[in-house]
Design a protein around this ligand. Structure first.
Ligand SMILES: NC(=O)C1=CN([C@@H]2O[C@H](COP(=O)(O)OP(=O)(O)OC[C@H]3O[C@@H](n4cnc5c(N)ncnc54)[C@H](O)[C@@H]3O)[C@@H](O)[C@H]2O)C=CC1
Ligand SMILES: O=C(O)CCC(=O)C(=O)O
Length: 412
């Protein structure tokens, strides 16, 4: 725990962008908090017969550019403020890459590592039943996030459809392919980060197959990214998960390491030197990829970061103050609202496919994703150079400008 409040961080980022754009103060007043936050408590029968009551949240930040959209996390540290911040970043992310959604995010305070399969299912179903009044394919569309996956989405779509009396695949994305999922959604977050990281490497005249990479987090984003980078010739020299990190200057094969993690429970059992998560962030490498939780790069450790590029697959891994220092140090940050946007972009494709009932193949999805990510990177880099602001600020300026333009039409 860093004591840094991510909700206040998100507010600060939005305020700075509104001030730089010199928009009326009223727009900041609208965007500085979510439009709606629902807190729910729901009972779940545990395997031993006890009833436990779980707390969950769904935050809808702003729907100017479309229905709310964003993942659901199951984690013991989930709080209302965290979910609120994450929903604000979703609004910004969607506006930045140009998907027609606003921002939403949800979470349940629970520890999936201590739950049985059946308990997890009952939590997923209980949560979606509780938030059902405010979600729907035209209102707010959840998706996977930390410690949730396509299986959890399948339970949620099933439960929601039972409530409605018809199958509504468009209510959540990140579903299994057979239940209205999209090709490439599972690896989309990683792909988006890979595409934008490649663009960043070009700025240093570096190519992926010459790059050394460290990745914090070995889940959907982190593992898939490691796999794509490895297959493209990059050398992965460090990875970590919640139990610690692994350093191997000779290179790590993520597919072999996944087998170790699946059988023994952590990447730390792979071949290499065991290090801490803090040490992982400070390794000498070309690209550092935080792909776990918020507030990992702070004023405390930012001076020790040695990477040339920090590519943020996770949401909010770098504090605002640390981000400024990275900029001054000449480290190129591919900010979370861009680097992690591949997931929601393919979620948008999934939603379109559900709505039309016409499904695209893998190549069609990935080609469309590549185009959107490359264009967004170019827009941000141009804004960064033209206005001499750091890349994260440039990204916020583009996104807030688009949202305010929409708000102006609605309010005038
Ligand atoms: N799944 C998705 O489609 C998207 C995920 N993201 C973001 O990516 C990040 C990771 O999410 P997922 O990969 O989906 O989650 P996941 O649940 O699949 O994996 C999380 C990984 O982080 C590790 N982890 C947890 N606490 C850690 C700690 N303190 N230090 C190091 N590692 C730790 C876990 O062991 C696990 O390997 C989050 O910030 C999430 O919001 C962003 C966009 C989309
Ligand atoms: O796929 C989605 O709708 C949302 C993904 C997400 O939660 C995120 O980008 O942080």
């Amino acid at each position: 725990m860093t004591g840094i409040n991510v909700f206040e961080e998100a507010q600060k980022q939005i305020r700075i962008a509104c001030e730089k754009l010199e928009v009326d103060r009223g727009y900041y007043e609208i965007l500085k908090q979510p439009e709606r936050v629902m807190e729910v408590s729901f009972p779940v029968r545990m395997d031993d017969g006890r009833v436990e009551v779980f707390t969950g949240y769904r935050s809808q930040h702003d729907d100017t550019l479309g229905p709310a959209k964003g993942g659901i996390r199951f984690h013991p540290l989930v709080t209302a403020d965290e979910v609120k911040a994450l929903s604000m970043w979703m609004t910004i992310k969607c506006a930045l890459v140009g998907v027609p959604f606003g921002g939403g995010k949800g979470g349940v305070n629970c520890n999936p590592k201590k739950l049985s399969y059946g308990e997890l299912e009952r939590i997923a179903r209980g949560y979606i039943r509780s938030i059902a009044p405010i979600v729907g394919s035209e209102k707010d569309i959840p998706a996977p996030d930390v410690y949730t996956n396509e299986k959890v989405m399948a339970w949620m779509v099933d439960e929601f459809s039972k409530l409605k009396g018809y199958t509504d695949y468009g209510v959540v994305t990140g579903k299994p392919l057979i239940l209205g999922g999209s090709a490439a959604r599972d690896e989309a977050t990683a792909m988006g980060c890979f595409i934008t990281t490649k663009e960043a490497l070009k700025k240093f005249n570096l190519s992926v197959n010459k790059a050394t990479v460290c990745i914090q987090g070995f889940g959907n984003a982190g593992f898939n990214l490691a796999k794509i980078l490895f297959d493209s010739g990059a050398k992965i020299i460090g990875v970590s998960d919640s139990r610690g990190g692994l350093f191997n200057p000779e290179g790590i094969n993520p597919k072999e390491l996944l087998e170790v993690k699946n059988s023994k429970g952590s990447v730390v059992y792979g071949s290499g030197k065991v290090i801490t998560n803090e040490e992982l962030l400070e390794l000498n490498c070309d690209v550092l990829i935080p792909a776990a939780l918020e507030n990992q790069i702070t004023e405390k450790n930012v001076h020790n970061i040695k990477a040339k590029i920090v590519s943020e697959a996770a949401n909010g891994p770098t504090t605002t103050a640390a981000s400024k220092i990275l900029y001054k140090k000449g480290i190129l940050v591919v900010p979370d609202i861009l680097a992690s946007a591949g997931g929601v972009t393919v979620s948008y494709f999934e939603w379109v496919q559900n709505k039309t009932g016409y499904y695209w193949d893998y190549d069609e999805v990935t080609q469309k994703l590549e185009k959107m990510m490359v264009n967004a990177f170019k827009d941000i880099f141009d804004m960064h150079q033209k206005n001499q602001v750091d890349i994260r600020e440039a990204a916020f300026l583009i996104a807030i400008k688009r949202i305010v333009e929409g708000l102006k039409y609605k309010l005038s």
